[in-house]
Design a protein around this ligand. Structure first.
Ligand code: URA
Length: 152
């Protein structure tokens, strides 16, 4: 699961997704039938942008090599891109997340492809906690569960 950047809570603790969005992500992971220890969680940016503003292109270019190093070390079966910055970086597109989500993309690293499922960021889900958005995120995660079953 690849998010955007640490927030204030994550900055303090030094771990990704430990605040409110992290608790929502924990719920999603548990609903998928996984323990948090069975998945790897990272962020596109490794430091918190001032006042939680959106990452700037220069920041993404500076920080992304660390994420690529993490992906190479983990070699995940699939990647869930949480929200726009991570989906846009991994899929090298500027298509709105509302159109990207639910459709498999692919991240290719030196001939080694990984399926990428873009979905809404858990912080967006918390702000927009409607049956529609919840259903969309859950349907995206069901696709991930199916793909993992096919791969195992
Ligand atoms: N939002 C993110 O994208 N990452 C975190 O670690 C926390 C909140």
């Amino acid at each position: 699961f690849i998010g955007e950047a640490p927030g204030a809570d994550e900055d303090r603790v030094g771990r990704p997704f430990v605040g409110a969005a992290g608790r929502k992500l924990d719920d999603i992971i548990a609903a998928m039938g996984f323990a948090r220890s069975e998945v790897y969680i990272a962020n596109l940016l490794k430091a918190r942008p001032p006042r939680n503003r959106n990452p700037l292109p220069d920041e993404i270019a500076d920080h992304a090599p660390f994420l690529v190093g993490q992906i190479r070390a983990i070699r995940p079966k699939v990647i869930v891109a949480l929200g726009r910055p991570s989906a846009h970086y991994l899929l090298q597109t500027s298509t709105p997340i509302s159109r990207l989500r639910g459709v498999w993309g692919r991240w290719e690293d030196e001939g080694w492809p990984v399926d990428v499922m873009p979905t809404f960021h858990p912080a967006f889900l918390l702000r927009q906690y409607t049956p529609e958005v919840r259903g969309q995120v859950w349907s995206d995660m069901q696709q991930v569960i199916s793909r993992l079953q096919e791969l195992s």
